[in-house]
Design a protein around this ligand. Structure first.
Ligand code: FE2
Length: 319
């Protein structure tokens, strides 16, 4: 099935964005003072139906299911099995909509494993759908793909600077939030009273080539085929290096043509940034041999007897 933005999208801008400052968090190390949007509509009903058809297709269910200590059941690499998902998440229309919602120009993550990641609620576990963490990737859009009306829980819960929890509830399938998840701690709550809680989580980087991307593979390597993940990572990082170096070379040539003198400090800064980019590239390729695995994902964890994953509503602010 092909992606058709006129059929599958129904973007409506969020009513509000919450800054990190609003949440009592320090934005100084983040890419911008943005934490999370209010829920907004991204996909049409036809879009939800089409995306669900793809993720519950036989090849995606057979080839893309992984489990990790933090996430009992996820789908990874679905864009490699689905033309629609690949076209949707790399489309100009979706990129523009998600950037508009975030209030910042962002681009789909070039590591394809980080696009169309899907969290499934595991019926055999009482663990959260995705336990407390900060993301390894700068921004994510989280799209709800199942009906949670009548359910308790099911929110994405954020930790504010004061330690209080803020539950963000996406009201309907096809609606979404954007989150600067690398700097806002959060978890995905189980939904009680329904048989399914399915969200698609696609990652984004800053669209500005001059911004250092501090993406990490820390979480990704726990639920990916590692050789494929590392290949995608290396290809992205080398491509970004070439793009950045070419842009610097262009700036140098333009400066010279304009009769400007050679700005030694600026060029040293550029080259230092390139070295930092390469160092991070290498660091993320260093594999813990103990955890290195081409093997299939480990078996699902048995259900825990402890009721986890549903924080008391009394502790939470809800938006
Ligand atoms: Fe996350």
């Amino acid at each position: 099935m092909a992606f058709d933005p006129n059929v599958h999208l129904a973007y409506q801008p969020p009513a509000k964005r919450h800054s990190m400052t609003d949440l009592g968090l320090d934005p100084s190390r983040a890419l911008c003072d943005f934490a999370v949007t209010e829920p907004f509509r991204l996909l049409s009903d036809e879009g939800v139906k089409a995306v669900r058809q793809e993720i519950f297709s036989e090849p995606v269910q057979r080839l893309c299911k992984f489990t990790s200590k933090r996430t009992p059941s996820v789908l990874r690499g679905a864009t490699q099995q689905s033309q629609l998902l690949k076209e949707l998440w790399y489309s100009r229309e979706v990129t523009e909509a998600v950037s508009d919602a975030a209030g910042k120009r962002i681009s789909p993550h070039p590591v394809e494993y980080e696009v169309a990641h899907t969290n499934l609620q595991d019926a055999t576990s009482s663990a959260p759908v995705d336990d407390w963490h900060c993301d390894s990737l700068p921004f994510v859009v989280v799209v709800l793909l199942s009906d949670l009306s009548g359910a308790t829980g099911g929110a994405t819960v954020l930790r504010t600077g004061s330690g209080k929890e803020m539950a963000v509830r996406i009201p309907r399938p096809g609606w979404a939030i954007v989150l600067q998840g690398q700097h806002v701690e959060h978890y995905a709550q189980r939904a009680v009273g329904v048989t399914e809680r399915t969200t698609m989580v696609s990652a984004y980087i800053d669209a500005d080539w001059q911004t250092q991307d501090n993406s990490s593979l820390k979480a990704s390597r726990t639920y990916s085929v590692q050789s494929e993940l590392y290949h995608q990572w290396a290809a992205y990082r080398l491509d970004a290096l070439a793009t950045r170096a070419a842009a610097m070379q262009c700036n140098l040539a333009q400066d010279k043509a304009a009769g400007n003198g050679f700005d030694r400090d600026q060029v040293m800064d550029w080259c230092t940034a390139l070295m930092s980019h390469l160092q991070r590239t290498v660091d993320e390729l260093k594999v813990d041999e103990q955890k290195s695995a081409e093997s299939p994902p480990p078996p699902m964890r048995p259900a825990s007897p402890l009721p986890m994953g549903l924080a008391s509503p009394k502790q939470q602010t809800v938006i």
